[in-house]
Write a protein that binds this ligand. Structure first.
Ligand code: ZN
Ligand code: ZN
Length: 352
């Protein structure tokens, strides 16, 4: 199969204004191909909140423009290096990580996402190449990356359903597994959005009794359709009081400054329960005092290639499905704008 020498996609040509996103068609020459790499012809790519944060420099200022974002990428292999496990024709997916040192203790123990040298992002990550000094992502026709970080998409799952699992899915699946979501356990999921709607389904799939925790009842019917057994209205004292010391594990998918962590969320945990924050708080998590006694708060960052494989096994076995709305790749700007305005129910996927 022939691979073009230039890849093209929808790029942020400069730092974006979040009220006026403007992505433009842009071509670039991919960095030198190595025997560790694969090239995929992109079928589809999910839109992740990180994409928006990166092109608006919301997390940090950077100069890597023009930049094509997108790290929930599914496509067929059109070129495979000798040292990868993938073959031409395989349908595979890349998530948020496309590099690590491969030598440290974490890399050797299938925790590449916690590499001591830091991880290389699927986009906006340093490549060390003069041809293309930073990685370009999946809002594009082709993507090239190390095969080690790509996983095979099982036959039982559609590409548009699989794509958002590569970041949003594994971000919640990994801590659910790590902190014991399973039979006999009660799991609460704060926030019903891109991450939360997958967290509810995966917690259920792992055998836990799952509850949605949301500030309003607006998404209650959706949460139940996703498999939530119960619903806690975080703004309603009666609702929260009746779930005091109730959960073994809470996954917080929508960390917001000033949210009632001490007053409302921590008391929902049983003694020795864990609360996992999977959003990225800008100014840390304020917690302490009486509310924290006997409770743990921790963070979690995406998932490793091994966890991606485990997640897809569970997804196929238990029919976990991302709720998606597709948009043509050429309409990325509008889709990103709609995502910013919270219109996704619950994930946009761009298709070629
Ligand atoms: Zn992401
Ligand atoms: Zn490492």
């Amino acid at each position: 199969m022939s691979v073009p020498t230039q890849f093209a996609g929808q790029a942020a040509m400069q730092k974006q204004d979040e009220e006026a996103f403007d992505l433009k068609q842009y071509s670039y020459t991919p960095r030198e191909f190595t025997e560790e790499d694969v090239v995929i012809k992109v079928e589809c790519c999910g839109i992740c909140g990180s994409d928006l944060h990166t092109i608006t420099c919301g997390w940090m200022e950077h100069k890597n423009f023009p930049l094509i974002v997108g790290h929930e990428i599914v496509g067929k292999v059109v070129k495979a290096g000798k040292n990868t496990k993938h073959q031409v024709g395989d349908r595979i997916g890349f998530g948020a990580q496309c590099g690590s040192c491969m030598k440290c203790e974490n890399c050797k123990n299938h925790n590449e996402n916690y590499c001591v040298g830091g991880m290389t992002g699927t986009y906006n990550g340093a490549t060390g190449s003069d041809v293309q000094p930073y990685t370009q992502g999946g809002y594009a026709d082709y993507y090239q990356g190390p095969g080690h970080f790509a996983v095979k998409i099982p036959d039982g799952i559609e590409s548009i359903v699989a794509a958002p699992m590569l970041c949003a899915g594994v971000t919640v699946f990994a801590p659910l597994k790590r902190y014991g979501a399973g039979p006999g356990k009660k799991v609460g999921v704060i926030g019903i959005g891109g991450l939360g709607h997958l967290a509810i389904q995966f917690a259920n799939a792992l055998g836990a009794e799952t509850y949605a925790i949301s500030h309003s009842d607006k998404k209650k019917a959706d949460a139940e359709a996703m498999g939530a057994k119960g619903f806690v209205s975080s703004g309603d004292k009666e609702s929260t009081n009746s779930h005091n010391s109730f959960f073994d594990l809470i996954i917080c998918t929508s960390y917001q400054e000033g949210m009632p962590l001490q007053e409302v969320y921590l008391p929902l945990l049983k003694p020795f329960g864990n609360m996992v924050v999977v959003g990225l708080p800008n100014s840390g998590v304020p917690a302490g005092g009486w509310a924290l006694l006997g409770k743990s708060i921790t963070g979690s960052l995406i998932g490793s290639p091994k966890e991606l494989e485990e997640m897809f096994d569970v997804a196929v076995k238990h029919n976990v499905k991302t709720w998606v709305e597709t948009r043509p790749m050429s309409e990325a700007t509008q889709a990103v704008q709609d995502m910013h305005h919270g219109k996704a129910r619950y994930r946009y996927v761009l298709t070629n």
